[in-house]
Design a protein. Structure first.
Length: 754
């Protein structure tokens, strides 16, 4: 058996002068522990060097003769290095201590190091004690011996220890076995600590003159490997083969086949890649209970080219000395070992590297908690201001959707306070800036199209093409014209998102999947909620503005970047949830400026109605019809009525009815007629204008008919409509009359002076 004489023995007389308080506490704990016997104290080498308490330890829980090879009593060195990242370490001093799971990498001539913790010292030191350390050590021995140290739900350990060099590869390397480019260029991004990082990119991405050394990637997949103990990385091709053979796997015939495939037309390196070396990538399926749990890729840099490697392995041959190398006929394809007596290939040096990948959209969705296979919509995001650019950034990071970007504006100096853009981007088109910044987030190319135009530009062919080809349109323009124009056009499903002028609130209006209720109708129903709900009193109120230029329109709202990010996150999640359903939605959020609490409000969405009269299209909904029927029923047997509030769009010639107000208190009502009073009407209209920032105004009158009478206008109603038309003619606004009939039906009439 025998023990490793590691380090320099410290005589007992000198030991007391060397003990720092932590080590003194550990000595005391060893002395007092019934299952730990202190043997000696040693100075041990390392970077940094340390002191070690040598002990014989065992608490009787290790089963005798266990298959792992842990003894009931083991000689261990408890190492203390105060300047190390992990100050306390346990080394096994028995020369034939088994190679097991959960051990640290050590030099070839050093004792094995037991991996006791899966957390950094910064997370342990506040609860660490010498007594707990000894308990953990004894538990490691017990659980390693009975095979329970590595839990069933714990990921399989990597095959080799990290060699300190990380290579970040394009995302395409995750799954493909045939690469789109024969050359990979490696550039140094960072040289430790904590590790050296290389970035790999295809030569065709940047051209032969791009910085970095050129390497030819060689991929092969070997038979699956279960769960061997983690080992130091191999430093030669022969050592790699030996490690794989120990795990019932092999480089062959996969490596030979990969070389033959690379040399199918002869291996004559292109001039610009003449000095290229090989990046050997070995795909290793990892098995648990015989099933593939994941595929690891281990990487090695190999000096020389594939032709030289193939010749040494006996896989390739040269017809002419110094000429191209070709594969032999497939006579050796069934062999597990290269058919050659030349064993020089085994000594080919390898530089191990830890393989990592750029994040692709699938991985981004997985890390973001989204369904990895749900790519999201093919969308158009219109409006790349503060909110729109924040949404573009979030969706790019989450890998959700493939978005074309539309905006007519450039980055102004004040935009950088809240926008994704930075100071160097001032004066550039917002679409170009947002496209560039979001495309750089993930290591995967995307086909985003950036269109610098107004989102309702009918004469822009590129815009019309991407709008028609989308699954979802998202309006973040903070305008009224874009969502209304989209609403009037045969386009895909549309969502409108915006922040309120104060920045404290936000809203999402989303059409149903079949666009039965379009955006302009949702706008009207949203205004109804603003007028009726308590949260609507300050919802659209302006808290402050700052002049950012000399023009009268050069104003910017006072909204912090934090408010933009908050509401962008709320809207991002809400859109993803809502588009998965067929229904139309109106969602509103209000953030309390004092507490930061966010309140959520959902307004009901009702089926729409419409009628074309006199060149105008009048819209209302069944919710308004229900309100009219309820007010009529409450006034029976008398008639009742009130003013109508709505939204008039003179460009589209549309009138959306928003609200039917109840009868003023001074109204006169009988069984046969109704005369609306004036009490509070002016105040009601002004309050409506204030709450909706002037978007909803007086558009006409409504009244009910008595029992047994339908909604058809009477002669008196026609005369009243004429009077209303004359009254509104000065403003160029048509008048609307709505009548609620006896059976829940309504009639809509339009009066205008031509």
């Amino acid at each position: 058996m025998g023990f490793v004489e590691w380090g320099e023995l410290i005589p007992g007389a000198a030991s007391d002068q060397l003990l720092e308080p932590p080590l003194e506490a550990l000595v005391r704990a060893c002395t007092e522990h019934p299952d730990v016997e202190m043997v000696e104290l040693r100075r041990v080498p390392g970077d940094p060097p340390g002191l070690a308490i040598v002990v014989d330890a065992g608490d009787g829980t290790v089963a005798p003769g266990n298959t792992v090879g842990i003894l009931r009593r083991e000689r261990l060195a408890l190492v203390y290095r105060p300047a190390a990242a992990m100050p306390f370490e346990v080394r096994a001093l028995r020369r034939d201590f088994p190679e097991t799971l959960h051990q640290h990498s050590v030099a070839a001539d050093e004792p094995r190091s037991l991996c006791l913790y899966d957390q950094p010292w910064s997370a342990l030191e506040r609860s660490w004690t010498a007594g707990k350390f000894l308990t953990r050590m004894l538990q490691w021995l017990e659980r390693t011996a009975d095979g329970s140290l590595h839990a069933d739900d714990q990921a399989l350990e990597q095959l080799f220890y990290d060699a300190g060099v990380h290579l970040v590869l394009p995302a395409v390397f995750r799954s493909v076995t045939a690469l789109p480019d024969p050359c990979l260029r490696l550039r140094l991004a960072h040289q430790g600590p904590p590790h050296t990082t290389l970035i790999g990119s295809f030569g065709s991405d940047h051209g032969p003159s791009s910085p970095g050394l050129a390497f030819v990637p060689l991929l092969c997949e070997v038979p699956g490997v279960a769960h061997p103990p983690i080992q130091s990385p191999p430093r030669s091709l022969g050592e790699l083969q030996a490690r794989l053979e120990q795990a019932d796997s092999s480089l062959f015939p996969a490596l030979a086949d990969a070389i033959r495939q690379a040399a199918k037309d002869g291996l004559t390196p292109a001039r610009e890649y003449a000095n290229a070396h090989v990046l050997l990538l070995v795909r290793v399926p990892r098995l648990r209970a015989g099933d593939v749990e994941r595929v690891d890729v281990v990487g090695f840099l190999l000096q020389g080219d594939i032709a030289g490697l193939g010749l040494r392995l006996g896989v390739l041959h040269q017809v002419q000395p110094g000429g191209a190398a070709f594969a032999f006929a497939t006579m050796h394809s069934e062999l597990q070992e290269p058919a050659t007596r030349d064993e020089a290939w085994r000594s080919l040096a390898l530089d191990p590297i830890h393989i990592r990948y750029r994040v692709d959209t699938c991985t981004a969705r997985l890390l973001s908690g989204l369904a990895s296979l749900d790519e999201g919509p093919r969308g158009v995001l219109a409006g790349l201001g503060a909110l729109g650019s924040a949404l573009a950034d979030l969706w790019a990071r989450e890998g959700w959707g493939r978005w074309h970007l539309v905006d007519p504006d450039i980055v102004e100096p004040h935009n950088v306070v809240r926008h994704l853009a930075r100071d160097p981007h001032i004066g550039l088109p917002k679409v170009a800036v947002v496209k560039a910044l979001t495309q750089d987030i993930l290591g995967e190319p995307c086909d985003t199209e950036a269109i610098q135009a107004s989102a309702n530009a009918q004469d822009n062919a590129a815009l019309q093409r991407v709008l028609a080809g989308a699954d979802l349109l998202v309006d973040a323009t903070t305008t009224l014209d874009v969502p209304r124009d989209w609403s009037a056009t045969d386009l895909p499903r549309t969502a409108s998102v915006f922040l309120t002028p104060s920045g404290r609130g936000s809203a999402l209006l989303l059409e149903d999947r079949f666009r039965a209720t379009r955006m302009a109708a949702l706008e009207a129903q949203y205004y109804r909620a603003v007028l009726r709900e308590p949260w609507g009193a300050e919802h659209l109120q302006l808290q402050g503005a700052v002049r950012v230029g000399a023009g009268c329109r050069d104003r910017s709202f006072v909204i912090s970047a934090a408010q933009i990010v908050l509401h962008a996150a709320l809207l991002d999640q809400a859109i993803q949830r809502s588009v998965a359903n067929d229904a139309a939605t109106i969602h509103v959020w209000t953030a309390d400026p004092n507490t930061g609490a966010v309140a959520f409000h959902q307004a009901p969405v009702f089926e729409g109605r419409q009628q074309v009269l006199g060149g105008w299209t009048i819209y209302w909904d069944v919710g308004l019809e229900s309100d009219l029927a309820s007010m009529r029923k409450g006034a029976l047997p008398h008639e009742t009525g009130g003013i109508l509030l709505g939204v008039v769009d003179h460009k589209l010639h549309t009138i959306h009815l928003v609200e039917a107000c109840p009868a003023p208190s001074d109204s006169q009502a009988t069984r046969h007629d109704f005369i609306r009073g004036t009490q509070g009407v002016v105040q009601t209209r002004q309050a409506c204008l204030n709450r909706t920032q002037g978007q909803v105004d007086y558009v006409g009158e409504w009244h009910s008919h008595p029992p047994g009478v339908g909604a058809t206008p009477s002669t008196t109603d026609a005369e009243l409509l004429g009077q209303l038309a004359c009254a509104l003619a000065a403003d160029g606004v048509p008048s609307v009359m709505v009548i609620a009939g006896a059976h829940g039906e309504v009639s809509v009439a339009l009066g205008q002076v031509l």
